[in-house]
Design a protein around this ligand. Structure first.
Ligand code: GDP
Ligand code: MG
Length: 184
């Protein structure tokens, strides 16, 4: 059994809680500052059954809770940073969230997520797929961040599972690399 701890950050209203609910269902432990939920997935790899627990920390991204977020993200294996493609200011905020994470924990694997793709074509001046992808590439090159970019719709379910699998994959890979480094 493998357990991976994933956090989710981004401006208020981008759809973090909706995404987590879509993935996990209603079995979520809520508090004022943080919602915690876990989902277990089963895989068959080379004839062996593997159980993967994905523990998700959905933060209430409020200045009031900065201290709690900072303490909690130190315990995580990877972080999802989310913006809303229909509100460009939430995309501009991504840089602040990345800096916040780098200051709090240093380089940690990330999944950059542009949510609400169902609104593309309805809202004015949406952030394009290419802009999101390019930004992830810049982060990868400038900060050597292990990062995957995805677009989602927490409303329709589009790519929701993929986001958490990507976060789990990056988190487990980083943990294995660290372990290997310690053995050298
Ligand atoms: P949070 O503050 O980041 O946790 O955002 P919420 O999950 O509370 O969502 C804020 C609002 O955006 C709610 O009204 C959601 O129904 C809506 N929302 C979330 N995801 C989507 C999406 O993919 N598409 C659309 N159209 N609305 C969404
Ligand atoms: Mg929320």
């Amino acid at each position: 059994m493998i357990t991976v701890r994933v956090g989710i950050l981004g401006d208020r209203g981008v759809g973090k809680t909706t995404l987590v609910r879509r993935f996990i269902g209603s079995n979520i432990l809520c508090s004022r500052s943080i919602n915690v939920a876990m989902k277990t997935l089963h895989f068959w790899i080379q004839g062996r059954s593997i159980k993967l627990n994905i523990l998700v920390c959905d933060f209430r991204c409020d200045k009031l809770f900065t201290f709690i977020i900072q303490r909690t993200i130190r315990t995580l294996n990877s972080i999802i940073i989310m913006y809303d493609i229909s509100r460009r200011n939430t995309f501009s905020s991504v840089a602040n969230w990345i800096n916040f994470v780098l200051r709090s924990v240093g380089r940690i694997p990330m999944v950059l997520v542009g949510n609400k793709v169902d609104l593309r074509g309805y809202a004015y001046d949406c952030v394009s797929f290419e802009e999101g992808k390019r930004y992830a590439e810049i982060l990868r090159e400038e900060y050597y961040l292990p990062i995957i970019f995805l677009e989602t719709s927490a409303q329709t379910g589009y790519n929701v599972e993929k986001v958490f699998l990507a976060a789990a994959y990056l988190g487990i890979r980083a943990r294995m690399l660290r372990r290997r480094m310690r053995l050298i």
